[in-house]
Every structure is written in C-alpha cells, then in structure tokens.
Design a protein around this ligand. Structure first.
Ligand code: PAF
Length: 272
C-alpha cells in the first residue's frame, strides 16, 4: 500500500489514468469501513482510502478534539485489506484550492441531523466535493448508517454532473445490534449495553408499526420507554419515507426509523 500525503503525488498518480474506487474516512477504522473496502475490492479498480478528520463538519472544537484517532492501527487494517493507496492530506492540501463545482445542499439537509448540527452537512459536502475534484474516482463508497449524508452527496453529484457513482453499502452491526461507529470507542461498557437496548427498542417499534398497521406514526411511547431506561437527551426519532424523504405517516410506506441520541457526551445515530 502506498501512502500519499501531497496533492502533487495525487496528480502524478492520476497521469496513470487508473480508475479509482474511493472510500473517504475520518480514520478510527472499524468493521463498517472494512465492509466498504471489501465491497470496493470486488471491482477491479484501484482502491483509495482517505483519512482526514474534517474540522469543518464538527459543531464544536471539543467534539473535533475528542474524535477517536489511531493512525497506526488504521494503517495496519488497510495493509491487511490490501488497499492500493492511502491518502492522508493536510488541512492545507484539502482547503487551499479553489473548487470548480458549486456546493449544492438539498432541502433534505434541513431535516434530522441538519436541525441539530448547523453547518455539518455543508462541511461534509464541501470536503467530499474537494476529494472528488482532486481524485475523480469512478466509484465512491459510503455507508447507509449515514443515510442523510449519502443522499445529500448523491444530490450534489447529480446537480453538478460529477462523473462519480455512489455505491451505498449496508450498515454493519455487532451482535447486540449496535452499528459499528468510530464514536463507539468513546463509550463505556455500560453505555454500549444501554445503546444496544435503545436500538432493540427501536427495531421492535418498527415491527409494531407494521404489525398494528399504524396510520399515524408517532414515537411518544417509545420516547417514554427510552427516558425510562436512562436516555436523557434525544435529538430526534423520526420515520422517514425512503423514496420521498418526507416524514412517513403510515405503516405501509417504505420507511426507516432514524434516531440520534446522547449517551453521556457521545452522540449516536442510526436508522433501520
Ligand atoms: O462519514 C464520514 O466519515 C465523513 O463524513 C466523510 C464522508 C469521510 C467526510 O469527511
């Protein structure tokens, strides 16, 4: 695996006219990332992973600082997976050039996380757009756990006619239903147990909505249950229709339940 830190080396590499499957990450690699990489390796393109903790998508300096980082371990994982290129840019390398595309933020950005993390999606679309302008990958691999991010990036790519195809990959979960996430590293054992309870309750709720043929979906009872088991701060629990991206009201819509809640200072999100 070749490690690239400078844009001039990216430019040199592009002269070879390889087709790239690109997996952008902020490091702290886990089984979810591994799945994205394994999926990317199924195509015969060169694989490129980036590790860049993008300050522009964090809402506070403390959150940015406490984001789990472990470059040594990440490099070991990427070598084991036989990734071709690892790109570790500096802040300057990413943010010092003028972009060609116009950052497009679809109105879906004002729902869910967008309501609670002002500027977050703008930061995500900005940084991924920069990666796309630098690398021009044929495929971009993203996980469904960050569904809102994935949709907003799809819309930005379409609007700007960027010749990159997004490949969306399933969420990978532990046996206790907790989705793999870099932020899990900041959870205590007790919090992991509690998070697992939350996700099990949400999964049950979805089954209940379907079984009882609910025609006005609401989560009042679920919120009470979550508060009872010790969840003090919930940003949102919402059913979203996966085709229209509007709030789902009825059992027979194709929807997922999206949630964001805190365990101590750690914010977790999921949807299923
Ligand atoms: O999902 C992430 O880890 C980040 O939002 C991404 C896509 C790498 C952009 O910084």
């Amino acid at each position: 695996m070749k490690i690239i830190r400078q844009n001039k080396d990216i430019k040199k590499l592009l002269e070879k006219k390889y087709k790239f499957s690109f997996i952008p990450t902020m490091g702290g690699l886990h089984k979810g990332h591994e799945f994205l990489i394994k999926e990317a390796k199924r195509r015969k393109n060169r694989t490129m992973v980036s590790i860049f903790v993008n300050p522009k998508q964090f809402n506070s300096k403390t959150d940015f600082k406490s984001y789990p980082r472990n470059l040594k371990k990440d490099i070991k994982i990427l070598k084991r997976l036989k990734v071709d290129y690892l790109y570790i840019p500096s802040y300057r390398a990413i943010f010092s050039f003028k972009i060609k595309n116009k950052i497009y933020l679809d109105s879906f950005s004002s729902k869910l996380c967008g309501k609670f993390r002002p500027g977050h999606f703008k930061g995500v679309v900005n940084v991924v757009n920069r990666f796309l302008e630098l690398i021009s990958p044929k495929y971009l691999y993203l996980g469904n756990k960050d569904f809102q991010q994935l949709i907003l990036l799809k819309k930005h790519i379409k609007k700007n006619k960027i010749p990159t195809t997004i490949v969306s990959c399933n969420t990978i979960r532990m046996r206790n239903l907790l989705p793999y996430s870099t932020r899990n590293n900041n959870l205590s054992k007790k919090s992991i147990k509690l998070a697992s309870k939350v996700f099990n309750l949400i999964r049950k709720e979805k089954k209940l909505i379907k079984r009882k043929k609910v025609t006005r979906i609401n989560f009042l009872k679920l919120r009470k249950k979550l508060s009872y088991i010790g969840i003090k701060k919930i940003d949102y629990i919402k059913a979203i229709n996966l085709s229209t991206l509007k709030y789902a009201k009825k059992h027979n819509e194709r929807f997922n339940i999206f949630s964001a809640f805190y365990l101590n200072d750690v914010r977790l999100i999921d949807n299923f």
